[in-house]
Design a protein around this ligand. Structure first.
Ligand code: PDD
Length: 278
């Protein structure tokens, strides 16, 4: 198995990460997760645009051009034989003595790897349970940074309560989930939190909003509350790993009739048509 390491692809055991990397002790870095379907990156341009935006948002100058990075990913996928999976990319500010302000001489460190991953077909068919958890994150959730401890703790709460995902809320207003965006359907209209600093603007979220538009399903980027989630006709998660995942229960209450509804089904079908033939 291999890894992207700087501007090379090397064997995983040849990667040398220093404990003095600021990513390690400050979480000072950004990342992306990209899906690979039939050997092709899904929505690659959108992911690379967001990576550049996240890096810029924390004042990190990428040490590698996007084209070069894409070339490395192609090599990585070929070497590890990953045709259906995920690519994880991470850029940290680099190795420096531990002082908070940016170091003058650190070189950003880029790593990346690919893992096989299968579409979560059964869960997408049956839907998943979620719990709601207070969103205690900072106010730059629009940047995909490594500081995921609140997300980790929220997801852990979900798992301990027998749910697949934690839906986050600020004072009762649903923002997103620990690793996905959240949408509800009420009276045929999709609603999802606006793409401001409180949420990550998901690549899948954008795809779904485009699909909805094409299918003639109205969609509004307006916030909704936890109570509106409980009372929704349908609800679903969107994300690189979960794709379009129906939510059938929130905090033990069934959503709609407790089964994936017609809007989410239509969106799932339309999404599947975007994927390359396998
Ligand atoms: N997370 N919101 C958060 C907080 C996320 O971490 C993610 C994805 C999303 C969905 O974004 P996208 O559709 O671009 O994947 C929304 C990745 C998969 C992760 O951290 O594993």
């Amino acid at each position: 198995m291999h890894m992207i390491y700087g501007n090379r692809v090397v064997r995983r055991e040849d990667v040398r990460i220093s404990p003095l990397d600021r990513g390690y002790y400050f979480g000072d870095g950004v990342y992306e997760v990209i899906r690979v379907y039939a050997g092709r990156l899904f929505e690659a341009d959108a992911h690379f645009r967001r990576l550049a935006r996240s890096a810029e948002g924390i004042g990190l100058k990428p040490p590698i051009a996007t084209n070069e990075l894409r070339g490395l990913i192609d090599r990585l996928l070929a070497l590890d034989g990953v045709t259906d999976g995920t690519v994880y990319l991470q850029m940290t500010r680099g190795v420096a003595p531990r002082t908070h302000a940016f170091p003058s001489a650190a070189e950003p460190v880029v790593v990346g790897w690919a893992d096989p991953y299968e579409r979560p077909v059964a869960a997408m068919e049956q839907g998943v349970r979620v719990v709601t958890v207070a969103d205690i994150r900072w106010l730059r959730c629009d940047l995909k940074t490594l500081n995921l401890l609140p997300n980790v703790l929220a997801r852990q709460q979900a798992v301990e309560r027998g749910a697949a995902e934690a839906v986050l809320h600020r004072d009762g207003v649903v923002t997103e989930a620990s690793a996905a965006n959240v949408m509800i359907v009420k009276n045929g209209i999709i609603r999802t939190h606006p793409a401001d600093h409180r949420i990550l603007r998901g690549v899948t979220r954008d795809v779904v909003l485009r699909l909805a538009c094409g299918l003639g399903i109205a969609a509004e980027e307006t916030p909704f509350t936890v109570d509106e989630l409980y009372a929704a006709d349908e609800a679903f998660l969107t994300g690189t790993t979960v794709e379009i995942m129906p939510i059938v229960e929130a905090d033990g209450r069934p959503i709609g009739d407790g089964r994936p509804g017609p809007v989410v089904r239509r969106l799932q079908r339309a999404f599947a048509e975007l994927l390359p033939e396998t």
